[in-house]
Ligand binder design. Sequence first.
Ligand SMILES: Cc1ncc(COP(=O)(O)O)c(C=O)c1O
Length: 371
Amino acid sequence: MDPAVASTIDVTASDVLAAQARLRRYLDVTPTHYAERFGTWLKLENLQRTGSYKVRGALNALLAARERGDDRYVITASAGNHAQGMAWAAYRLGIPAITVMPRTAPDTKVAGVAHWGATVRLHGETYDEAKAFAKELAAQNGFRLLSAFDDPDVIAGQGTVGLEIAAAMNPDVVLVPIGGGGLASGVALALKSQGVRIVGAQVEGVDAMCRALKGDRSLVDPCATLADGVRVKEPGYLTERLLRDLLDDVVIVREAELRETLVRLALEEHVIAEGAGALALAAGKRVAGRRKCAVVSGGNVDAGVLARLLSEVRPRPPRKPRRRARERLPQPAATRDPRPAGLLPSRDAAHPRPTAATGTIDRDIPEELLA
Ligand SMILES: Cc1ncc(COP(=O)(O)O)c(C=O)c1O
């Protein structure tokens, strides 16, 4: 969006509420899940239709355009998830949609768009190159170019994620991944007035919004990253303006931390996230809060990438759980164990018993207990 236009557009919390009313007929509320080992709630947008929150903004934009009587063809550029959301929304409303995606987009995302019947054009190596081409096509053909993030209807639609989080778990801080800034802007609009802190997450070397918020709008090619969904060179102008007012902080995550978080999510929480989907949780360990919620924004990861990560990345063992001072300790295992004494492992030094307090693992388990 042109910076001059962006400065005139108003998006508010009531636009997010209006989006919620529009979307209710089409989309279910996604689950929130407490990830105990991370000490953080997760908003599971990987379980959203098309595997990411993006369908919210795309569908809201199409429905709002219909209300305004705007029946132009819609074209959009996307790293993949916005295109999938757009394709699904257009399919549900029975209208055509054209999407331009970079050639580097994951196969699963390209296949997802084609599955819902949208036209896919692969162009350029990055999201920003695909965007420039979509802009050209829109100008030549009179299509409506719908931004993946810098659009008031898209932002309002993404904000419904925040309303659902507030209804589910009353957070004090919400962590959101940032690419162009649409999700973070919408969630902040939805939650800021309720006193919730909003913290954005970006990847090292893929931090255009963080730099823009510090006044640096220079265009730097983003580094290669597992988080293809947030690999944006030029962040939004409308989103920058909103985030300047509403965002409390941005945490920059290292690529290795992101990979480890993605693998831990899969192995410990049984949640499949894509790179950008694991980003907010990866940032969460640097953020204090009593009721933290991280948005797991998407789960569209290529099978080969996931397989490689699961076989290559060895997460560090988690820290021992801290016990709260006033928490009641469980009864000692010896007085609770209902098994006959003969079956209990001996308690000498050779066979220390695992307890919640020590967290030791007794690999030397007596034969009779394994039978
Ligand atoms: C899974 C996922 N998470 C986060 C983002 C970043 O969203 P935004 O561009 O609204 O900041 C994207 C963008 O495509 C995404 O696909």
